[in-house]
Design a protein around this ligand. Sequence first.
Ligand SMILES: Nc1c(C(=O)O)ncn1[C@@H]1O[C@H](COP(=O)(O)O)[C@@H](O)[C@H]1O
Length: 172
Amino acid sequence: MSQRVLIVMGSDSDLKVMKGACDALDALGVEYEVRISSAHRVPDKTARLAREAAAGGFGAIIAGAGGAAHLPGVVAANTVLPVIGVPIESGGLGGVDALYAIVQMPRGIPVATVAVNGAYNAGLLAAQILAAGDPELGRRLVAYRESLAAQVEKKDDDLQRLGVAGYLAGRA
Ligand SMILES: Nc1c(C(=O)O)ncn1[C@@H]1O[C@H](COP(=O)(O)O)[C@@H](O)[C@H]1O
C-alpha cells in the first residue's frame, strides 16, 4: 500500500491555508489525513500523533502553525519521519514570527520549512519524499512539472503574439 501524508495544524483557523497542501496531494493522487492538534493546547495528543504516525502508514508529515509556531518542531521531536513546517500568517507579525520559529530548529531535530502560507509547496514536497519509494508517483510528479513548463511556454507564446499591451488587456 502507498504511504500517506499526515497533515497537522495548530487550529481550525489554519485550515483555509492548509487546504493548499490537500489540493497538491489531491492533484497527485496521494492519500492524506488532516488533524487539528496543538503543541501548546494539547501537548500529549500532539506527541501521540507524531509517535504513532510511522506505524499508521504515514511517510511524511506536514505541520502548519501561526504565531509562536512550536507545533512542527514538537512533531519532529517525536518522530523520525520527515516533517515539513508551514508558517502561517496570523496576528500582527504577518507570519514572520511563525517562519522564524519553524526555520530556526536546533541542530539534531530538522524541520523542512516552506514559505509563509506555502502549504501547496508543502504538499508537493511531501509527495516528492514519498516518490523516492514510489516510482508511479514519481512519474506523476514529472507530468506535473511538464504541465507547469507548458503553461509558461503558452504565456510566452501569447506575449509574443499579442505584445505587452494586448497581453495585459486580455488578462484584465
Ligand atoms: N502555533 C500554534 C500552536 C502550537 O505551536 O502548538 N498551537 C496553535 N497555534 C497557532 O495559534 C494561531 C491562532 O490560533 P486560534 O485561531 O485557535 O486562536 C494559529 O495559527 C495556530 O496554528
